[in-house]
Design a protein around this ligand. Sequence first.
Ligand code: G3P
Length: 221
Amino acid sequence: MSSPLILVNFKSYREGAGNSAGQIGSAAELVMQESGVTIGVAPQFVELHPFCRHYEIPVYAQHIDAVEGAFTGRIPAFTVRAAGCVGSLINHSERRLTIAEIEACVEAAKFNHLESVVCTNNVGVSAAAAAFSPTYVAVEPPELIGSGISVTKANPDIIRNSVAAVKRISPEVKVLCGAGIQSGECVKTAVDLGADGVLLASSVVKAKDPEEVLRNLVSLL
Ligand code: G3P
């Protein structure tokens, strides 16, 4: 089995911008090299190209738009690909899309050779997202996002049942889980429940020492 993915979303946190973003990038690169565990990052848009150039880690956009041409203020999938990204989040809880937009974004990602990470809020939506055959479905109960309470402890069933629902629809689609992920124990529990990795933000991005948190996250794999 390939390495689980630990995907760190910088959101719009101030700590995820400028020099502090760079510190997280360096820490992710170091811990990935040392541990062999894949650590991806989803920095803020203006940092995508520099991140792709400076760090030997997979870089994801936080969102893409399935548009080309006369549209202003959008993030075309092909631009994300040209910047050097490997993929994109789609339909994050903090950037919700319609079902038609989700499908269009997954198709735009495929067309541009980008991985798609479709975020969902429950088991039913996980199953619906799997029907589009994205690379990943990432299930995150919205009430636990940013709470410091790990989904792996508060709601392991949503992980177990999302994995089962997704595999029933599209066995090749991988599953991530997120919300409150903060330790190696959370990551190990997620993997034991059938997940292919985790999506997380605040525990790394807002940490005094992101490298220490990243080391802890990979420690039990
Ligand atoms: O994208 C990851 C996110 O929504 C989870 O946030 O801060 O609970 O790890 P957090």
